[in-house]
Design a protein around this ligand. Structure first.
Ligand code: HEM
Length: 398
């Protein structure tokens, strides 16, 4: 043991934290935890939860001590062994296989036009559903799913398939209760995605189209890696854009003065996007595992400790963000952790920014006059590992 590990204190236990409370509203819990210590052992979660900005930031930049390759990972069971659960150099091989498909040049040349088309199509669907419709199910979710379907190259699937695959495999990833029905639905999607990949790869070899699968079709990457990375990207590339659309709209409609600012200067949709993902990080927590005894901000952690890196809490750390619980597009610009950091920094950041801040939000507010929350029905936000709006009824002038 080093001097540091002998002088450090053990993590306090937060036996007052429950999964049910985290699901409903994690933010008061995070505040109390952060005030007490940067790291807690949380029995109900079965992990050490890391809630300070400084510790989360340290972890994501030190894969030697904090490995993404977690023992007994449910994600590996639900989706296969993707890049998200590998460390470098293995991770780097998979990550490089994505080439420049998700990067700004491809977005400008190919994907932006598709985002515009999809936004128009699903706005028409929302309008057809009429005032009082749910913004998430009629607009945000199908829009995010259809964008991802085309970026990935699933020409033999529908946006509904993408939504079902994503949700069932995410449920498998979070199936700590080991519910056999959840595993069955997750496995069904696992097999359907494999079949869809097997079917579409030869087609894309003959008809290349700039999609992820099209690029991978001609690469010497093992099929198992392609399959796992595609499943992880279906799970990781759909809910988050959907959820940031929902949270940004909810926050702007609840803060009319800020909405007016954004409408008057539409470049500020980009600021509203960054503030929305800081305020409610769509991925609130991701796992890591210690490879050796270590110390985090004075707290001792044993080798093999399972950690929850709670970026949803780090993003509201008052040491970094003043008045952190407030949604405020005028706050001082500081780097948030919503897209992670280090070698696993989100590969889809530019897609998310372009599709949401560049297209989905401005088109929505510019198309529906006097868009507002439906006063007759409740908007609902929920979740902590993934958090977003589960219902967002809206109305507008016709
Ligand atoms: C607002 C939207 C999004 C947010 C907040 C977000 C957040 C994140 C975070 C926090 C991670 C790192 C997780 C970890 O280290 O365990 C990540 C990784 C990743 N994301 Fe995103 N994401 C978003 C959108 C997207 C989209 C649209 C795509 C695909 C088109 C995507 C693809 C990926 C991939 C492939 C990785 C794995 C990167 C690696 O392991 O090197 N994400 N994302």
């Amino acid at each position: 043991m080093t001097l540091e590990t002998t002088t450090a204190r053990p993590a306090p236990t937060a036996d007052w934290v429950t999964l049910a409370d985290l699901h409903t509203d994690p933010f008061p819990i995070y505040r109390r935890m952060r005030d007490e210590a940067p790291v807690h052992w949380v029995p109900d979660v079965g992990r050490y939860m890391v809630t300070s900005y400084e510790s989360c930031h340290l972890i994501e930049n030190d894969q030697e001590t904090f490995s993404a390759n977690e023992t007994g990972s449910l994600m590996k069971r639900a989706m296969g062994h993707s890049m998200l659960r590998k460390d470098d150099p293995e991770h780097d091989v998979d990550r490089k296989s994505y080439g420049s498909v998700l990067r700004p040049k491809a977005i400008k040349e190919t994907w932006n036009a598709i985002f515009e088309r999809n936004s128009e199509a699903f706005l028409a669907r929302l309008q057809a559903a009429g005032p009082g419709a749910d913004l998430i199910s009629e607009y945000a979710a199908p829009y995010a799913a259809e964008n991802l379907r085309l970026i990935m190259g699933f020409h033999n699937a529908s946006q509904e398939d993408m939504q079902r695959w994503s949700q069932t495999m995410i449920n498998g990833t979070g199936n700590y209760a080991d519910d056999p029905d959840v595993w069955a639905a997750s496995k069904k999607s696992y097999d359907e995605v494999d079949d869809a990949i097997d079917e579409v790869l030869p087609y894309l070899l003959r008809n290349p189209d700039g999609s992820l699968l099209s690029g991978l079709a001609s690469m010497p990457i093992p099929l198992e890696a392609i399959r796992a990375n595609m499943k992880m990207t279906i799970g990781g590339g759909l809910n988050e854009p959907r959820d940031v659309i929902g949270v940004a709209v909810w926050a702007l409609l609840g803060n009319p003065a800020q909405l007016e600012q954004v409408k008057a200067d539409q470049a500020r949709f980009a600021v509203a996007f960054e503030e929305a993902v800081r305020w409610v990080a769509p991925i609130g927590m991701y796992p890591r595992e210690t490879t050796r005894d270590t110390v985090l901000e004075g707290i001792r952690l044993p080798q093999g400790a399972r950690l929850g890196v709670v970026i949803g809490a780090a993003n509201r750390d008052p040491k970094v963000f003043a008045d952190p619980d407030r949604f405020d597009i005028n706050r001082e610009k500081k780097p948030h952790l919503a897209f992670g950091g280090g070698n696993h920094f989100c590969a889809g950041t530019w897609v998310a920014r372009a599709s949401v801040a560049g297209v989905a939000l401005p088109r929505l507010f510019n198309t529906l006059p006097n868009l507002r929350l439906d006063p007759s029905r409740q908007a609902v936000d929920a979740g902590w590992v993934f958090r977003g709006m589960t219902a967002l009824p809206v109305t507008w002038d016709q």
